[in-house]
Design a protein around this ligand. Structure first.
Ligand SMILES: Nc1ncnc2c1ncn2[C@@H]1O[C@H](COP(=O)(O)OP(=O)(O)OP(=O)(O)O)[C@@H](O)[C@H]1O
Length: 906
């Protein structure tokens, strides 16, 4: 781990926290060895300076896709990066070339579709984001290009996603190396379809995983020269046999039992099967159904998969007969027999199940009962048949069930292997290892011992590989790495597997010695390993022992070690089944002579397992390994929950933090010259001014900072653990000082700008206000004017209306008056005229009268005149003329007196 080196007041750091494992905060005070920290949840804590780690404040918000890009490669940094990425559903992250896969517990189908496969096909490693396809692609390319076998090791705790990851790997490899136009069952189809078959018989629901593989698996995919899949082989490791007879609550037995109980009625009838609740091997737990899973449907798909992998219908019938026989076998109960320590079938029900078991296994029911209730003891003198008490018979029954099931499983694996076929001419293979991760429970038995032993083996392989790849990087960069210490767990492995005096050897020895008990075995262990640092005798127990594994201490309970280690089949059981009339059942139990020929020596589960592991390690050592570490982010199996405590534990047990430690033992941080100069030029600006080559410039900076032990490679600067932090701390100080100046100037600038802008703003506001006021005033004035105008117009209209009214009235008045006057005048004139006319007429009449009178006078005169005058004519004429002149003058005088009246009339 990168040691915290330079922590100063103001440093951003990580400090231990009981709930979150690590929490970030800021150092606010340092007193000697103690630092006072303001943590991000608002509290203050005091911690030892040596126990706090610097936080990378320049880490991108979404985290980095490769842990080696972290400036500080330490546990909190790794954890924070994983949590950040998981939050945005980035479930894959590299640590160098190790892929960390965090179980999303939700379908992310877009990550695994054909488009994604096409994207990753042939793309150099690291060019695209971290992905399981990238690992498979790298393995495939390496195999094709360098002609070297590769292996992909997938590990993690139960439910972490190993099997899912393995399936994705196999799908991708089948995509890369598949025969597109092949007819019938192709090898890759068979390899892929072997999964559901193995899962049906080797997987079960546990509290940790609804589909937990109860065995380890190494799938070798063989390729021909053109990179096409030409064969495959599946090796399995350590099937959990005890599950067949014993299950805890909330767990289930192997899926195949439930699938068969959900088979179509006519099939169930054939095997005389009923409800799962009626079978002892299934009803020890109350869990029968899995949420969202249909056993009925899975039964049919398992049968289909069996067809694809080449298991004939007859063989399938035989397989399910054996599965049904095991269920019936479990229901055979025993009661005390007549003799002491003897047993008999408990009741008719047991008899029925015994008969069904015998029928399905095609063996003699009597012989089956004998095999369960009796033991044959061979002594040098004679062969004795001894009865077993009910408990002994039950143990014998369970032993038989376990043996039959494990042999059935081995047969399935062999069959799949034969059916898929191996390619003897293949030179290259890709092996995919899906193996149980490190386990540490409250009670740890023989199974956990074997599992943890496997993990120690794989850890050693992992350490060597990580160490080697580190060395390769150093060699590429031509730097000296000779003094880097190799982190090894050889001492734990020696403790377990050493030929002489290792735990396995002592266990085998105990198993061979008939009088051994777990107590004597434990005492032997305590005695032998009392000085071993990796072995602890726990206080307060008589037979437990603790091993200090690379991932932590595990306390084992040794009480069942001896029984579980015995790889032993009761001869009566073997004789019974090898004599079965069913060739399939007989084939599962080869006769003693054949088997004895195979192995004459004593065999124990642990030593057989050790041998298997040795073979596995040999295979792995001959390949180029790639590692995938699966992590289970929470125990509630729900998406989007990241429990730091769980994850840290798994990072430890999966060796990720060990890999980090190996890196830290060498040069955990390296940066290209450019990156280094970009980040640290501030520490020696004068160096950059002098135009040195990049490597010299880096060296000058490091010298100036007084660092020792770093190395300058061809393209990169390699720093020892903590040096990055030291440089960063100095950079932080310098940045701090510069920041103060910048801040001061900045603040001045900002304040000035603020002032100016406030000023401008206030002017703007003022002018706006003024404008607004004026606008309002103008508006008011405009309104007043408008009002005045309106008033004026209104008044005008009113006045005009009045005027018109008055005018009209006055005209009417005038007219009336004038009419009246005219009428009066007319009347007056008419009167006058009448008067005048009367007067005139009267005058005229008088004139006419006078005239006539005159005329008559004249005439009379004239006549007298004529008479008299004939004599005086002349005198008369003058008189006439005179008269006429006088009359005319009178007329004119009258006319003159009448003229004003005539005018008035006119
Ligand atoms: N990449 C993934 N995408 C979606 N779901 C996943 C993924 N990986 C795992 N899971 C979910 O997690 C469950 C457990 O995964 P899996 O069976 O692969 O775990 P495992 O590590 O093989 O466990 P065991 O050791 O018990 O067999 C799966 O059934 C699936 O629901």
């Amino acid at each position: 781990m990168g040691k915290p080196v330079t922590i100063v007041v103001g440093s951003q750091i990580w400090v231990e926290n009981p709930e979150l494992v690590w929490i970030d905060g800021e150092v606010i005070n340092i007193k000697g060895e103690d630092a006072e920290i303001q943590i991000s949840n608002g509290n203050k804590v005091v911690a030892k300076v040596s126990k706090i780690y610097p936080k990378d404040m320049e880490m991108p918000a979404g985290g980095v896709d490769d842990m080696t890009k972290l400036s500080y490669l330490h546990e909190p940094g790794v954890l924070c990066n994983l949590a950040t990425r998981y939050e945005s559903n980035e479930i894959y992250t590299y640590t160098g070339n190790i892929l960390i896969a965090i179980n999303p517990f939700q379908s992310l189908s877009h990550l695994y579709d054909t488009v994604m496969m096409e994207r990753y096909n042939g793309v150099p490693f690291g060019e695209l984001g971290p992905h399981v396809f990238a690992i498979a692609d790298a393995a495939y390319r390496e195999m094709i290009n360098e002609g070297k076998s590769n292996s992909i090791l997938v590990s993690g705790e139960s439910g972490a996603g190993k099997t899912e990851t393995t399936k994705m790997l196999m799908r991708y490899l089948a995509y890369l190396g598949g025969n597109a136009a092949a007819e019938g069952r192709t090898v890759e189809q068979q390899v892929l379809e072997s999964n559901p078959v193995l899962e049906a018989f080797g997987n079960a629901k546990t509290v940790k995983n609804n589909n937990s593989s109860r065995f380890g698996k190494f799938v070798e995919i063989q390729f021909d020269k053109r990179g096409r899949i030409s064969g495959a082989a599946i090796r399995t490791y350590l099937l959990e046999r005890s599950r067949v007879c014993q299950i805890s609550d909330l767990e289930r037995n192997y899926h195949c039992f439930y699938l068969l109980c959900a088979a179509p009625e006519q099939e169930k009838e054939k095997y005389k099967l009923g409800d799962p609740k009626s079978y002892h091997y299934l009803n020890q737990s109350n869990c029968y159904q899995l949420d969202g899973i249909s056993d009925e449907h899975n039964y049919l798909s398992t049968r289909r998969a069996m067809d694809v992998v080449g298991i004939s219908v007859v063989e399938q019938e035989a397989i399910f007969s054996v599965v049904a026989a095991i269920l019936h076998l479990g229901n055979i109960d025993f009661a005390n027999g007549e003799d002491n320590d003897s047993s008999v079938l408990k009741n008719d029900e047991s008899l029925f199940h015994l008969q069904m078991t015998a029928e399905l296994l095609m063996c003699n029911p009597r012989a089956l009962e004998d095999a369960l209730c009796k033991r044959v003891m061979v002594t040098p003198e004679e062969i004795i048949k001894r009865s077993l008490d009910p408990h002994g018979a039950t143990v014998s029954r369970d032993g038989l069930a376990k043996t039959i099931y494990s042999r059935l499983f081995d047969w399935l694996v062999d069959k799949i292997n034969v059916s898929i076929g191996q390619d003897p001419s293949s030179k290259c293979l890709i092996g995919v290892l899906d193996i149980y991760g490190f386990e540490s429970f409250k009670t740890n038995s023989f199974e956990q011992f074997c599992i943890n032993y496997t993990n120690e083996k794989l850890q050693q392989h992992f350490n060597k590989h990580v160490f080697k790849s580190e060395q390769e990087e150093y060699t590429r960069e031509e730097i000296d790495w000779s003094y880097i210490e190799f982190v090894d767990n050889k001492d734990v492995l020696d403790l377990i597997e050493q030929k002489k005096g290792g735990i396995i050897a002592l266990l085998d020895e105990a198993c061979m010695f008939p009088k051994s008990t777990h107590d004597t075995f434990s005492q032997k262990l305590y005695q032998t390993f009392k000085d071993n640092k990796r072995f602890i005798k726990p206080k307060l127990t008589r037979s437990d022992f603790t091993i200090v594994h690379y991932a932590g201490e595990v306390q084992y309970q040794s009480d069942q070690f001896l029984d579980k280690n015995k790889d032993y089949i009761v001869p009566e059981h073997r004789d019974l089944l090898s004599a079965s009339k069913c060739s399939f059942v007989a084939g599962l139990f080869p006769s003693l002579t054949e088997e004895a020929a195979k192995s004459s020596k004593f065999s124990s589960i642990s030593s057989r397992f050790k041998l298997q592991l040795q073979h596995l390690m040999e295979t792995l050592n001959a390949t180029e390994p790639h590692y995938i570490r699966c992590i289970k982010p929470n125990n509630v199996l729900k998406p989007a929950i990241f429990e730091n405590i769980n994850v840290v534990q798994q990072l430890h047990s999966g060796g990720v933090l060990e890999a980090v430690r190996i890196k830290c033992a060498g040069y955990p941080t390296y940066r290209s010259f450019f990156e280094f100069l970009t980040r640290f030029r501030i520490l020696a600006p004068e160096v950059l001014k002098m135009d040195f080559p990049e490597n010299e410039a880096c060296e000058k900076i490091l010298e100036k900072m007084g660092l020792k032990g770093y190395q300058i490679g061809k393209t990169k600067v390699f720093l020892r653990a903590g040096q990055m932090a030291e440089l960063d701390a100095k950079r932080a100080l310098m940045l701090g000082d510069s920041a103060k100046v910048i801040q001061r100037r900045g603040r001045t600038h900002i304040t000035r700008r603020k002032y100016v802008s406030i000023q401008e703003a206030s002017i703007c506001v003022q002018s706006f206000c003024r404008g607004e006021l004026v606008r309002k005033l103008y508006k008011l004035k405009k309104r007043v004017n408008a009002v005045v105008k309106i008033q004026k117009t209104a008044r005008k209209r009113l006045a005009r209306k009045d005027y018109i009214k008055i005018l009209f009235s006055s005209v009417v008045l005038q007219t009336s008056l004038r009419a009246m006057v005219a009428r009066d005048e007319l009347r007056y004139r008419v009167k006058v005229a009448i008067i005048i006319q009367t007067g005139l007429r009267a005058m005229a009449a008088r004139d006419a009268f006078r005239y006539r009178v005159n005329a008559a006078v004249i005439i009379q005169v004239y006549e007298q005149w004529l008479l008299v005058m004939l004599l005086d004519v002349e005198c008369n004429l003058s008189r006439e003329l005179l008269f006429r002149l006088t009359w005319k003058k009178q007329k004119e005088k009258r006319q003159q007196s009448w003229s004003p009246l005539c005018k008035l009339i006119n």
